[in-house]
Design a protein around this ligand. Structure first.
Ligand code: ZN
Length: 531
């Protein structure tokens, strides 16, 4: 039986952060904080397993308790508590519930790719922090931050803009470490600054999947090696005191050199430079953990990496994934030393551009297929995010890695919590339609589907309470339905309706006024309106 509550009071004996996060979400939903309301007891109980939680709701005695094995476990329990209630305007119906959960996979990381003047680069820190806290409530335990987007800067460590960017990222690193997240960042092997001397350039990649963006240095040229190591040491000096847990090395896109001395890059030039850098990091940070990516590796590179891992076991995690299907090698072989395999699900750029240019991206069927390929092997994920438009994909993936939760169950829970008032089955139907319309080419879109999605979006819009209707999560979904009709049926995004929708998206992402100075890659993340 449900019991209605319009007020609450929190007792948080061991942790102020979880109390603050829960209080903020309850009060913004119109609940009052009063002694007579539902008493919610929050506690860290070390006898519970790390990252696990126990949740107990007893509405008949106006009492609920959330216990976590540690700070993160408590936050996961708070998230589940919030999503277990039946929300109405100004209150919720609470049912008796007893639940204990713990995550099945060890790394559930969100990678905030802050570059190209996208949301993760330009949005104010409190806005970004709030978005990430919400993802922690869905099960994230780590965040990857691009502390220094070299692709956007010249080699000038005194440049005030570069310093300001690094200071902002350092503040985020500290605030997320403080809530228990493990922080991860990049170590650039041969990706370099915009004004890198031309004589140091790498020989370009020949495989287009490996990209030739940015400036890559040939580390087999002695001056190239010296230049890369000098910049690496400058960088390390500036970040060595930050609470960074994972240091990640990435081979291609950006990166790579096809000269004879560096080839094959993944198991030769890349790996030996990464080893050299890892030794220097370990000397100043004995607690460092190293992640090595194998993005676009071929068979020869995989075999070279495995042989090297047997000789020198310095790698803690290996990342693998592909633009389409998952690479075969790691599915067919064990990594030496039992090193865990981490996936890199392509949640933000796959199949539709500009990325987030038309609002929300939601691909439950696509990601379920990929999850089924890897779930017998993968022990974690890194979710590459270019902004907030792939919020639905993020929670689907986080819940896969939490306890193999089906995508549709997650979407229903998302609707019940974030979009209460909307019928979860209708929301699910809308998500399925948006996935079928996830194409760039109007001729590839099934006839009549975009209009059907928009009609359903309008029905859901009318059912939402005012706050839900105006929330960024819902506006991104609604605007996607609007823009799909404009671009796929009307075949233009220059109509009055489309321009208004694009303008709203740009404001929701917090993007600056357009100018050429934002660089050519800015267009890849900007809704297509250049004003
Ligand atoms: Zn080279």
């Amino acid at each position: 039986m449900d019991r209605e509550f319009q007020s609450f009071h929190i007792t948080a004996s061991s942790d102020p952060v979880a109390g603050r996060i829960l209080r903020e979400r309850l009060t913004e939903r119109g609940l009052a904080e009063e002694q007579s309301g539902l008493k919610i007891e929050l506690a860290v109980k070390p006898e519970l397993a790390a990252e696990s939680f126990a949740l107990h709701c007893e509405p008949e005695r106006a009492h609920a308790s959330v216990a976590g094995g540690d700070l993160l476990g408590l936050l996961y329990g708070v998230g589940k508590f919030l999503r277990s209630q039946r929300w109405r305007a100004g209150g919720f119906g609470c049912s008796a519930l007893k639940l204990a959960e713990k995550p099945e996979r060890r790394l559930r990381q969100v990678y905030c790719a802050g570059h190209f003047h996208n949301f993760w680069q330009v949005a104010p820190e409190p806005v970004q922090r709030r978005c990430l806290e919400d993802l922690v409530l869905w099960g994230a335990n780590s965040v990857h931050l691009l502390i220094l987007p070299v692709i956007d800067f010249d080699d000038d460590w005194e440049n005030p803009q570069l310093k300001a960017q690094m200071d902002k990222m350092a503040a985020l690193v500290r605030s997320f470490a403080a809530i228990g997240l493990k922080i991860s960042t990049d170590v650039y092997v041969n990706q370099s600054f915009r004004n890198t001397p031309k004589e140091l350039y790498a020989r370009p990649n020949t495989d287009p999947r490996r990209g030739n963006n940015g400036r890559n240095v040939c580390i087999s040229k002695p001056e190239g090696h010296e230049y890369v190591m000098r910049n690496f040491r400058n960088y390390l000096e500036r970040v060595r005191d930050l609470p960074i847990h994972f240091w990640r090395f990435w081979p291609y896109d950006e990166g790579g050199c096809t000269c004879e001395a560096c080839s094959p890059w993944g198991s030769n030039g890349f790996l030996r430079t990464a080893e050299e850098m890892a030794r220097e990091i370990r000397a100043v940070r004995p607690d460092a953990r190293f992640i090595v990516s194998t993005w676009t590796f071929d068979r020869q590179e995989w075999e070279g990496l495995a042989a090297r891992m047997r000789e020198n076991p310095w790698i803690d995690y290996v990342v693998a994934d592909g633009h389409g299907d998952f690479p075969r090698w790691p599915l067919e072989h064990e990594l030496p030393g039992g090193v865990p395999l981490i996936t890199f699900p392509e949640i933000s750029m796959w199949g539709l551009g500009p990325w987030g240019g038309f609002g929300a991206t939601v691909l439950p069927r696509h990601f379920t297929g990929l999850w089924n390929q890897v779930k017998g092997k993968a022990q974690g994920c890194m979710l590459y995010s270019e902004g907030i438009y792939e919020d639905l994909n993020k929670v689907i993936e986080l819940q896969f890695y939490w306890n193999d939760r089906p995508a549709e169950a997650t979407l229903r829970e998302y609707a019940d919590y974030e979009l209460y008032g909307a019928d979860p089955e209708e929301f699910l139907a809308l998500c399925r339609l948006l996935e079928l319309d996830h194409v760039n080419d109007p001729d590839a879109a099934p006839a009549g589907l975009a209009q059907k999605a928009l009609a359903l979006a309008k029905k859901l819009d009318a059912a939402l309470p005012e706050a839900g209707r105006r929330s960024w999560r819902w506006r991104l979904i609604y605007l996607r339905a609007v823009l799909d009709v404009e671009r796929l049926v009307g075949r233009t995004v220059q109509s009055e309706t489309a321009v208004a929708a694009l303008r709203e998206l740009i404001a929701l992402y917090g993007l600056p006024k357009y100018s050429e100075e934002l660089g050519p890659m800015h267009r890849a993340i900007r809704p297509p309106l250049y004003e």
